[in-house]
Design a protein around this ligand. Sequence first.
Ligand SMILES: CC(C)(COP(=O)(O)OP(=O)(O)OC[C@H]1O[C@@H](n2cnc3c(N)ncnc32)[C@H](O)[C@@H]1OP(=O)(O)O)[C@@H](O)C(=O)NCCC(=O)NCCS
Length: 489
Amino acid sequence: MNFFRRSSHQCVRSLAPNMSKICRRWNSSKCDTKGGKGGKADLRSVLAEKIKSEQERLKKFVKEHGNTKLGEVKISQIYGGMRGIPALLCETSLLDPNEGIRFRGFSIPECQKQMPKAECGDEPLPEGIFWLLLTGNIPTAEQTKMVTDEWNAKAALPDYVKKMLDNLPKDLHPMSQFSMAVTSLNKDSKFLKAYHSGVKRAEFWKYSLEDGITLLAKLPNIAARIYRNIYRDGKGCDEIDKKLDWSANYGRMLGFDDPFFFELLRLYLFLHSDHDSGNVSSHTTHLVASALSDPFLAYGAGLSGLAGPLHGLANQEVLDWIGKMQKELGSKNPPEDKVKEYVQKTLKSGHVIPGYGHAVLRKTDPRYMALQAFGERYLPKYETYLLVKTIYKVVPPILKSMQKIKNPWANVDAHSGVLLRYYGLKEMEYYTVLFGISRAIGVLSSITWHRALQIPIERPKSFTSDALMKFVKGKSGSKSKCDDKGDKK
Ligand SMILES: CC(C)(COP(=O)(O)OP(=O)(O)OC[C@H]1O[C@@H](n2cnc3c(N)ncnc32)[C@H](O)[C@@H]1OP(=O)(O)O)[C@@H](O)C(=O)NCCC(=O)NCCS
């Protein structure tokens, strides 16, 4: 019986004093596999089967429909960040502007309902999400545990990575440290070795998968070490507890022991895992991987994109903005009218409202809603949480009144920071690292698929403005006026 169903809040609370036993048991009754070789088949064999059938299905699809047009490209899109140009393949998730993300067809609430959980929790285990994104099937609890066991077994860091991290200056941004450590792990890349030893292209995905698994296994260890070095004088535990899941181990290595915090980490690491492949971190990873760089190098590049304030760094900026508002207004939970004035002042000073707007979404981000539900359940009276709720009420009407803004609604970053802060993870500049750990699940799954489908190197066409102008002028004439002949680099 899943005792958590009765009242997860009480259940976790009552278990809290007995931390060593928490999260060690797995709910084996809840989830049924939806495909593959049944509940006990391992990831590699389920995936190999799926890849084989997909290769055939997609080959036929491209043969039959390869000339079907999906749309046209307008000049304004070239100058407008390529918004809306249908040009990328992403097998792992699909983003609908009005509905939000679906992971292999499953919405966030569906994942929350159907995915395996730690017995002490109600949120999907990110290990299971990795399985889902790779195979398209919801794993059984047993299969999810296989992933956890493998990640736990491979979690240790090589000494050179530890030494490098321990010697970095404390004021080097955690994201710079994170991408350096990830990149440096390519020393032992199985893909790199296989490539240089002449392994056939059709087999590349297998070695990329191995690198992806190795990297995911080590990410919490890297991230926790960075945290301890910067904020805890290097002190704390760096040993994996093999009975704990990935998120609980990460929380423990960060120095926390609250099971509610572990539960928040599971939710956070699940929610940020994938958001189709047009976002900066996913697209960068794909682009770099398409040159057959190994997964460590490709994801290191993706992390650099994630560190931008318009992308992953926004969660840090949200809390910073909220903190400044609280200070200036002299209250942790200021009244609505004062919040409104502060929002207007921010806009007047030429800044964006962090955590609001989105390049694709046109509704409130369902990831925001999932985090809000968590807040409502576990910290409904926390003052900064109440302020986040007031902001959610106040900001959209103001942004709506500014015609240029296409989406006035909250995105995930508007809510994640306040929850982390509540549990004591207060170091804002570290927040994007958590995002980075999670995003690895999606993009590393995608690298495996792109290699399995042998998607070639990405090389879209670019133009100079003069070439575009010539093209427009000569539109009735020769179309080839903006071709850069011989440009194949
Ligand atoms: C996410 C974001 C980068 C999307 O950008 P976009 O696709 O260009 O969005 P839009 O097409 O709606 O932007 C049109 C205009 O509205 C502005 N705008 C968009 N969101 C805004 C916000 N939250 N506050 C103020 N202005 C905003 C843009 O800066 C742009 O202004 P400009 O034409 O003067 O350059 C943008 O909404 C933003 O900067 N949000 C805040 C940062 C954030 O939360 N990032 C995390 C995203 S998950």
